[in-house]
Design a protein around this ligand. Structure first.
Ligand code: 4NP
Length: 161
């Protein structure tokens, strides 16, 4: 199973999600590939935002090895599932997609927790640490369910129907 998280800059939300899910998969001994990417190039090649590093470090998760990268059409071929954070990313994915099968791989990350509600993980970039804490809690909830669904081989869990 190969999972990709996407967000705007690939320095806050999606690298945090990547680190959180990877940590859970390691603890559960589940082999899966996890990566993240963004749609805006301002931070391509950059380390994660300092506040994202601090928020995850508090939980002993190290995301400092990550470097921002842009989403490419090829990611639709490389990954089984692509989770996005808000409606802007769905718009971007729909522009990159070549057919319905590409888009079928995508879903709002928070639909794993609240199916069908299309709730966002809001951009914390302009806000303070409180926003990053809230983002962490949202991501952790979704990744916990996702990791357990992979453990039980519930391949359909969290996938858009
Ligand atoms: P992310 O947050 O999409 O969660 O990585 C952002 C990071 C940078 C910007 C916007 C959102 N930016 O405008 O530079």
């Amino acid at each position: 199973m190969k999972i990709l998280f996407v967000c705007t800059g690939n320095i806050c939300r999606s690298p945090m999600a990547e680190g959180i899910l990877r940590d859970k998969l390691e603890k559960l001994n589940i082999p899966a590939e996890v990566d993240s990417a963004g749609f805006e190039e301002f931070h391509a090649g950059d380390e994660p935002d300092e506040r994202a590093i601090l928020t995850t470090r508090k939980r002993r998760i190290d995301i400092t090895g990550h470097r921002g990268r842009l989403f490419t059409t090829n990611d639709f071929d490389r990954f089984d599932r692509i989770y996005f954070m808000d409606s802007y990313h769905y718009y971007q994915l729909s522009m990159f997609s070549r057919d319905e099968n590409d888009l079928k791989k995508t879903d709002y990350l928070m639909n794993i927790v609240y199916p069908g509600r299309n709730l966002p993980v809001s951009d914390p970039w302009y806000d303070g640490m409180t926003a990053f804490e809230k983002v962490y809690e949202q991501l952790d909830k979704a990744c916990e369910i996702l990791a357990r669904s992979l453990k039980t081989n519930d391949q359909d869990y969290g996938r858009k129907k």
